[in-house]
Design a protein around this ligand. Structure first.
Ligand code: SF4
Length: 721
């Protein structure tokens, strides 16, 4: 029952990319409760993080007034002083060194309208493409995978596919802890006794593998070989759909779509299960079983993956090899059969990927390097031809490298924590404090491992203190309504960025008084693109419990499955086939010939153990919010290093001992946890702890296509402290 006097305001969870709908309970002007939205996709359920959301609002680390640096100290300042300093330093830097000496580093947690204002201000006002964001650290390989295979970003399926699938292929995802409400939906299928098979491909035996009918543990990085071997089995055992391949599939190698089915079959010949098993350190018969279940006739297969595939130096390839399996079996585009990449953050899809707030993108599928796309955006933004720059800006790791080299002199960081989340961390922490560098951080919390490095820390309104749109994994856009006033002197990022635009002389470009006005402009930009959601007016979003694009006109129901005739408005009703992959000119998706390639760093005599990092159920990313909730902090306070019993014995350590984990880039000390499910020869460390920084150890090698770093694999040694 609702506590008396509580009003309920519709919103969305502030944490993961599942995007659970909820209501915020407000009493006396404070957020006092949350409850899941029974009419949204999560059917009223929230995980432990979502349920604890009210605690973050009044947390002790809430940042309540602007700070500016005086020597070694950050001291309290007025908004006027802080914003005056930010504007003058950006203005001086641009005048002296040119627009590319400044940049913006955003977040998949910012609201769409906030990210939009920043993107427009920097790309069309300041005229630099140095706009990137933390989705580069988590989703860039998924994006590159979708674009390379289908010509367009974002999944074609939806969460409802979880209710129809007979087989789940979960790879590189600890869904149980990282997307718990979606995991629950799969568990429920099993609990009801339905004939559902779950395959988990992951070096670790995680909480997700507890429901696995087959857990395939492999040497880190060798999943590329396993995917090819599964395709080998699908062809060898006649489990492919040759009619589907004929109608819907093209073949490519390198960067060209220049191969044929026969080339692919020849390529797969050497990828026998035995060969993949030899490389991967698993059983060949398990690969065969996985392929048979994936390709079984008359069964629906859904693949789910996230950072285990994306955060890799060959993350784009790993993504594409999963798409290959769906395309050769035709298990795509029908209820229960879909390749569904799970997103880490609540608005990485809606705000950053779709909104085009990465250094190579413009809004809604447009590219900075494409003359026509720039011309379209210049017209839509009413700026002179030639305003937008054709050269892609710096992607995340390069952005911070440019800071290290002294080329990037002023950086505005919004709603993210690169001082904890970047790989090879010490290198880039030094870059952020480099003499002559100017770092602005807009944050709802202080101190964080980034705000402590900043020259100016702006207090940002948090979650229910502001309004705007979030877009989650399944192309579902939600409106988050403002429920309470911002704490202290905090302001919404939207307001802060509009103020900065005015101070930099770009008020005409960013004339919005409210996020709703910016949303109206955003609707004009998506019109006529494959994202078209012009029917998602503010009023329609307010009334709904989330809407799935494409939704090109008011009253349109939205699109559960893209590329499907009768569902996707961009597939003509008279199209001769059920599917049309209209993202590519020939209407076909591409199966790519991708060999196994080892990770950027492999184990050797000096660094003999594989190192991997990730999340736990109770904490989200760098813990800025969840470590401010008493119950979550107490239940899993400190990051630990998980070792297999054999490794612990060899190292002479047991539970609770301290170990130093060292890579070629740095070291960190962790308490040992001895875990049977850990793969022998490897170490797993939690990423949420701001005192034990696992990214001192990780490698900053990036995927050449997606530019996403290989957080998931590097080589370390472990010593007892
Ligand atoms: Fe929030 Fe994700 Fe938990 Fe849903 S599953 S309540 S979106 S953290």
């Amino acid at each position: 029952a609702s506590p008396a006097g509580t009003t309920w305001v519709k919103s969305v969870c502030r944490y993961c990319g599942t995007g659970c709908g909820l209501y915020v309970g407000v009493e006396g002007g404070k957020v006092t409760a949350v409850r899941g939205d029974a009419q949204d996709h999560n059917a009223g359920f929230l995980c432990v993080k979502g349920a604890a959301l009210p605690q973050i609002m009044g947390a002790k680390d809430r940042h309540l007034h602007p700070l500016v640096r005086r020597g070694d100290k950050l001291v309290r300042a007025s908004w006027e002083e802080a914003m005056g300093l930010v504007a003058s330093r950006f203005q001086e830097t641009i005048q002296k060194f040119g627009p590319d000496a400044v940049g913006f580093y955003g977040s998949g947690q910012g609201l769409t309208e906030e990210t939009y204002v920043a993107n427009k201000l920097f790309k069309a006002g300041i005229r630099t493409n140095n706009v990137d964001g933390n989705p580069r650290l988590c989703m860039a390989s998924a994006t590159a995978g979708y674009v390379g295979t289908y010509g367009k970003d974002e999944p074609m399926g939806c969460y409802e596919d979880l209710d129809h699938a007979d087989v789940f292929f979960i790879t590189g995802s600890n869904t149980a802890e990282c997307h718990p409400v979606l995991f629950r939906r799969i568990v429920r299928r099993k609990e009801r006794g339905q004939d559902v098979k779950v395959i988990v491909l992951d070096p670790r035996r995680t909480a997700t593998s507890r429901i696995a009918d087959l857990h395939l543990s492999c040497t880190p990085g060798t999943d590329l070989a396993i995917f090819n071997a599964m395709a080998h089995v699908l062809f060898a055992e006649g489990l492919v759909d040759r009619d589907f391949i004929r109608d819907h599939v093209a073949f490519g190698e390198g960067t060209e779509v220049n191969r044929a089915l026969a080339d692919y079959e020849k390529f797969l010949q050497s990828w026998t299960p035995a060969e993949a098993a030899r490389l991967a350190g698993c059983k060949a018969e398990d690969i065969v079983t996985a392929a048979r279940w994936f390709g079984a006739r008359g069964r629906k297969t859904t693949s789910l993956w996230t950072m285990g595939l994306n955060q890799r130096s060959r993350g784009t390839w790993a993504n594409q090899l999963v798409h290959n399996l769906h395309l050769v079996t035709g298990k795509i585009g029908e209820p229960g059969s879909t390749p569904l990449s799970l997103t880490g953050q609540p608005n990485a899809c809606g705000g950053v990927r779709d909104g085009g707030a990465l250094s190579h993108l413009l809004p809604y599928g447009r590219l900075v390097a494409n003359d026509q796309h720039r011309a379209q955006m210049e017209k839509l933004w009413n700026v002179p031809a030639g305003t937008l720059q054709p050269k892609p800006g710096l992607a995340t790791v390069d952005l911070f490298r440019a800071m290290e080299e002294g080329k990037l002199k002023a950086l505005y960081v919004m709603c993210t924590n690169p001082g904890q989340s970047l790989p090879s961390l010490e290198r880039y922490r030094k870059a952020m404090r480099k003499e002559g560098a100017f770092l602005v951080v807009s944050e709802a919390f202080h101190p964080t491992r980034t705000s402590e490095l900043a020259d100016v820390v702006l207090p940002a309104a948090l979650w229910a203190e502001k309004e705007g749109v979030y877009g989650c994994t399944e192309r579902r856009y939600h409106l988050l309504e403002q429920a309470v006033k911002p704490a202290g002197e905090a302001r919404p990022d939207f307001q802060i960025l509009c103020d900065l635009a005015r101070r930099l002389g770009h008020a005409g470009l960013v004339p919005f008084k409210t996020p709703a006005e910016a949303w109206d402009e955003i609707l004009t930009l998506c019109k006529g693109t494959p994202y078209d959601f012009t029917g998602m007016t503010r009023a329609a979003l307010k009334e709904s419990h989330g809407l799935l694009w494409p939704l090109p006109s008011p009253g349109h129901p939205g699109t559960k499955r893209r590329y499907v005739r009768g569902d996707d408005p961009f597939v003509p009703a008279d199209h001769p086939q059920r599917l049309k992959f209209y993202g590519r000119p020939d209407g076909k998706a591409v199966v790519w010939l991708r060999p196994y390639q080892p990770p950027a760093e492999v184990v050797d005599a000096d660094y003999p153990l594989w190192f991997n990092t990730g999340r736990v159920l109770e904490h989200w990313h760098t813990g800025t919010m969840t470590r401010n909730c008493a119950e979550l902090r107490q239940s899993q306070a400190e990051a630990v290093a998980e070792l297999h019993p054999e490794d612990a014995k060899r190292l002479g350590v047991g539970p609770g001992d301290q170990v130093k984990v060292t890579s070629r880039r740095g070291a960190e000390t962790f308490q040992v946890s001895v875990v049977e499910g850990q793969r022998p020869g490897s170490v797993f460390a939690h990423m949420h702890d701001d005192q034990r920084l696992c990214n001192r150890i990780t490698v900053d090698a990036v995927d050449p296509v997606s530019k996403e770093p290989e957080f998931k694999i590097c080589a370390v040694k472990v010593e007892k402290v």
